[in-house]
Design a binder for this molecule. Structure first.
Ligand SMILES: C[S@@+](CC[C@H](N)C(=O)[O-])C[C@H]1O[C@@H](n2cnc3c(N)ncnc32)[C@H](O)[C@@H]1O
Length: 501
């Protein structure tokens, strides 16, 4: 049964205070926005309708819509606006917009809720599947499984307005504004200028999320792919610009104009650390004499065969930290049969069998129909003796060269990224390149530092290490790009000293 709070969440029901709507409308006036028609597609209790009636007295028509009949009644007092009860996802927007006198201003604050959250509440406030899939390429950008419903609304509105003289001015999460622009730019919607103005969502809506006012000015034939970023609604000078270049977003256009020549492909793929989703079983501390303590506090005796020293993201992020535990690495390649563990390391097999209920009940679907005790993020690269690695958990560009510990390659958890190297020299050379001013300048130009996880394998992979090495006059380490040979660690086993690890 859904609660009152669920309903509020499902409909993204957070009304914008009058003071903020007035400020936004006066900013639009300052930008010389003079609409003949105003539309508020999810008008709630009508704050934007009232503010636009004041700010644009010459406007011929102000229309408001909301799904909630009580809000429609409340906002009918916002004269001279015409308000109707409509479901955004059912309305024939192309005909409605085509019937309006241009320039059209579409403004408001669509619901801030994801389709996954609506689904969890067994809600129905979602786009119809058929409509959703009609927009080619949308899936690819938003990820099929999760998107903000405001994102769906905004990019459809832009699509329907493209080719008209119009302005879209909407409050939304900053990540939503970026995704919407990325899509609009990739589809070459006819946008003349775009800007975002930071808005304090905590102060106005009690929500701790980065939010902004997105303003897109559309004009027939226009084709801008840049967005100015303003600190807040009072700022008159943009502090930077993000843009669409080479088919992707770049976070700081000025910096990208300087360092964009380093854009390309890394000759060797950035890899993620190992994913096992069961740290209490798979990560163990050394207690000496081949005994280890797992996450349940149990001391177990295991053969060294499948144990590798590991660094977690938080440890990798600390300079000079040493591996403090081991990871049970049950496979050398994704999908490898695990039954041979029983013969090669019977104590390890018994241990895995004892804790099988935890491993078998891992919720991610990637483990289904895989050999028992499977892990991911394994391949020859995971066992390379040297690696240049970075934690993807923090907002800092700190690369480290990590060599073997007690003769065993060090592995990472799946929130770390690394380039496999075959020697200490190769790792040091790569580290020099990645720590150079040019590499830092390039990464700063493409990384959105305010994102939840700014550092990803994807963004690391677009630094062209070849171009960087020629620029710095450093030769690219010889082994980079070559296929790694799998070392025979499993026949040697680690040297367990019980000290230092
Ligand atoms: C964040 S509130 C903003 C309300 C108003 N725009 C404002 O700025 O004060 C989102 C509004 O969207 C409305 N809404 C949610 N889903 C809707 C839908 N499918 N169609 C129309 N309105 C919807 C809610 O009732 C709510 O009033």
């Amino acid at each position: 049964m859904s609660t009152k709070n669920d309903t509020k969440m499902e409909y993204g029901d957070f009304q914008t205070p009058d003071i903020l709507c007035d400020k936004i409308c006066s900013l639009l006036s300052d930008l010389n926005v003079t609409p003949n028609s105003v539309v508020e597609p999810t008008c709630g209790t009508g704050a934007f309708l009232r503010a636009s009636a004041k700010a644009f007295p010459d406007c011929r028509q102000i229309l408001g819509f909301d799904i909630n009949p009580n809000y429609v009644l409340a906002s009918q007092t916002a004269e001279p606006a015409l308000v109707q009860c409509e479901d955004f996802f059912e309305k024939d927007w192309p005909s409605t917009l085509a019937s309006l006198k241009e320039p059209i201003l579409v403004l408001g604050n669509p619901p801030w809720v994801t389709n996954a959250a609506v689904g969890m509440m067994s809600g129905k406030n979602l786009p119809k599947k058929s409509n959703f899939h009609r927009l080619n390429g949308f899936d690819a950008i938003t990820g099929k499984s999760n998107f903000d419903i405001s994102e769906w609304m905004l990019l459809h509105l832009l699509q329907w307005l493209s080719g008209s003289s119009a302005v879209l001015a909407m409050l939304c999460k900053t990540v939503v504004a970026r995704k919407v622009l990325q899509y609009a730019w990739s589809k070459r919607f006819q946008i003349k200028t775009s800007a975002t103005y930071s808005v304090n969502a905590l102060e106005h809506f009690g929500a701790s999320v980065e939010a902004c006012l997105l303003v897109c000015i559309l004009e027939p034939g226009a084709n801008s792919q840049e967005c100015e970023i303003y600190g807040d609604l009072d700022e008159s000078i943009a502090h930077s610009r993000f843009a669409f270049r080479n088919g992707r977003l770049v976070a700081n256009l000025n910096a990208f104009e300087r360092y964009g020549y380093l854009y390309g492909r890394s000759p060797v793929k950035w890899r993620s650390g190992i994913k096992h989703d069961c740290s209490r079983v798979m990560e163990l501390r050394d207690c000496g004499a081949q005994s280890f303590r797992n996450g349940f506090g149990e001391i177990v005796e295991l053969e060294p065969t499948y144990l590798y020293p590991m660094l977690k993201s938080s440890e990798l992020a600390k300079e000079d930290s040493e591996p403090a535990r081991f990871m049970l690495v049950t496979q050398r390649n994704v999908g490898e049969d695990t039954s041979s563990i029983q013969h090669k390391a019977p104590r390890t097999w018994d241990y895995l069998a004892k804790y099988a209920e935890y491993l078998d009940s891992r919720s991610s679907s990637i483990y289904r129909k895989r050999p028992r005790f499977s892990i991911f993020g394994v391949g020859p690269y995971a066992f390379s003796s040297w690696k240049v690695a970075i934690s993807g958990f923090y907002k800092k560009l700190q690369f480290r060269a990590i060599g073997p510990a007690d003769g065993r390659p060090v592995v990472f958890d799946d929130t770390c990224y690394f380039l496999p190297c075959q020697s200490k020299d190769e790792a040091r050379e790569l580290l020099k390149l990645l720590n150079s001013q040019a590499a830092k300048g390039f990464f700063d130009s493409v990384i959105f530092w305010d994102a939840k996880r700014p550092i990803t394998a994807d963004v690391l992979g677009i630094l062209n290490l070849g171009a960087l090495s020629s620029e710095l006059g450093v030769s690219l380490p010889g082994q980079v790009g070559r296929t790694m040979e799998l070392p025979l660690w499993q026949s040697h086993g680690p040297r367990m000293t019980g000290e230092g690890l």
